[in-house]
Design a protein around this ligand. Structure first.
Ligand code: HAM
Length: 447
């Protein structure tokens, strides 16, 4: 039926039309094949971060809007244009917003729970959906997943390199190839004012060429113009003063040391002086991950940086921090393009399907399958009352390795175990079935 067409739910009645429901614009359903890819990415994130000493945290999906306004910054796309604000239900309730990113919420939790008294740095990780009212396109969604890592309480520079290496290794372990690391230093409160003054002068000199939104931002935060998504800004940004030419001695030394550590760790990287990131909380180290050749397309696979002022900004005592967020939707997209993730279906499809010669005997099929599942195996029971031939065809379509066929031998405590891949079949005592299937699967995996 055509989209938007109505269907008559009550034959003969013309009283109501059927609405056509869709996932909200900019969101999407992760159907099973893609959902298992996300699970695999998440598992890799968990094992990797555990190896590096990170512990999981879970913060709410919404916070007081002020957490993001103060933390991420009022003059940022994320807060100015993209924040999903939740309308207060009563006059005295506070203003909330869905989290556009995890860092501000995690730092809020760090302050709230007195984590400053824990051994420092506190290393935390979280993976989950984020929300930005962004203009949707491929790889840019209004609900998207991030794998996030934060190390709070270490001023670096060694940990900066450790964290960049961790991000880079994640892509390697999940199978994305050709990931480039772009790094920069955006200075600190000692040197940034002079840099921003130089930047402001530069843009003022080209005021006539500035789109009105950027002109509006110029006096409030010139840094934001540098990472504007407006194509009209590209030429102006290419000639803008560079952060790296305006670093104070301490920031320059920090950046030099980060680079030296990255070289020592064999992390391939490129210094990109135009990289300033779209959030206000950054100081000093900033970095992004791209698939080589896609740097210009606003399609970072991930990004992060140091935020030495954020804990104090959200009410804690001054504490340095650094972290990154990797966009899992984009990682999944690139994996699909690069041909990765093919093995995922095999991992989750059934090992065996229990079928039977008697179409009506669903009890036996279900009982055998239940026992095999209790033994830890992935088993589907064919519960349709159909001929054995049809049941076997369906088992083949499922990608099952084995069919367990219940026939006359069942009375003697035996079943046929058919290897659907090899086309062989043998009788197995029902009591040995779980062991035989498990052994065959192990042999297949290692063979
Ligand atoms: P971010 O650069 O805004 O940083 O986002 C991190 C990553 O999330 C991006 O590189 C991208 O892969 C993904 N991403 C962002 N927006 C979207 C979207 N609309 N659709 C799909 N993917 C998207 C942060 O969020 C910081 N909290 C990172 C950080 C952690 N810095 C320090 N600690």
């Amino acid at each position: 039926m055509a989209r938007g067409a109505s269907r008559d739910p009550l034959p003969g009645s013309r009283l109501w039309t059927m609405p056509t429901f869709r996932a909200p614009r900019g969101t999407r359903d992760l159907l099973p094949d893609e959902r298992v890819v996300f699970d695999r990415l998440r598992r890799t994130a968990t094992t990797l971060t555990t190896r590096y000493g990170y512990r999981p945290i879970e913060t709410p999906m919404f916070e007081q809007a002020a957490v993001f306004e103060r933390g991420v910054g009022e003059v940022t796309d994320i807060v100015e244009k993209e924040l999903f604000r939740i309308a207060p239900r009563t006059e005295d309730s506070e203003a909330w917003a869905l989290r556009p990113e995890p860092t501000a919420g995690i730092v809020r939790a760090y302050v709230q729970h007195g984590m400053q008294t824990w051994p420092q740095p506190v290393k935390l990780t979280m993976t989950g959906p984020m929300f930005r009212y962004d203009r949707p396109q491929a790889g840019r969604y209004r609900q998207f997943w991030q794998f996030d890592v934060e190390a709070i309480g270490d001023a670096g520079p060694a940990i900066d390199a450790e964290i960049i290496e961790l991000g880079h290794r994640f892509y390697t372990e999940v199978g994305v190839t050709g990931v480039e690391v772009l790094v920069n230093s955006i200075g600190d409160p000692a040197c940034r004012p002079a840099y921003i003054a130089a930047l402001t002068d530069h843009y003022r000199g080209h005021a006539a060429e500035l789109p009105s939104t950027e002109l509006d931002r110029l006096e409030r935060n010139a840094l934001r113009l540098l990472d504007s998504k407006d194509p009209a800004m590209a030429a102006l940004n290419a000639t803008a003063p560079r952060t790296t030419d305006h670093l104070c001695e301490a920031c320059a030394a920090h950046f030099a040391s980060v680079k030296a550590h990255l070289v020592a760790l064999d992390v391939p990287f490129r210094v990109e002086p135009g990289l300033v990131r779209g959030l206000d909380y950054y100081t000093r180290t900033a970095f992004e991950f791209y698939v080589a050749g896609r740097e210009g397309q606003q399609q970072a696979l991930g990004g992060g940086g140091r935020y030495d002022g954020l804990v104090a900004l959200l009410g804690g005592k001054p504490t340095p921090g650094i972290g990154f967020g990797l966009g899992l939707d984009r990682v999944a997209l690139v994996l699909a393009e690069q041909g990765g993730g093919a093995a995922v279906h095999a991992e989750t499809g059934p090992l065996a399907v229990v079928v039977g010669a008697d179409p009506d005997d669903t009890v036996s099929r279900l009982r055998v399958a239940t026992n095999l599942r209790a033994a830890g195996l992935r088993v589907r029971a064919d519960l349709a009352r159909r001929r054995l031939g049809r049941q076997l065809e369906a088992a083949g379509r499922d990608g099952a390795h084995f069919a367990v066929i219940l026939g006359d031998e069942l009375e003697a405590g035996q079943v046929q175990m058919r290897d659907l891949l090899a086309g062989t079949q043998r009788l197995v005592p029902i009591g040995d079935l779980a062991r035989e299937l498990a052994r065959a699967e192990a042999g297949h995996k290692h063979g």
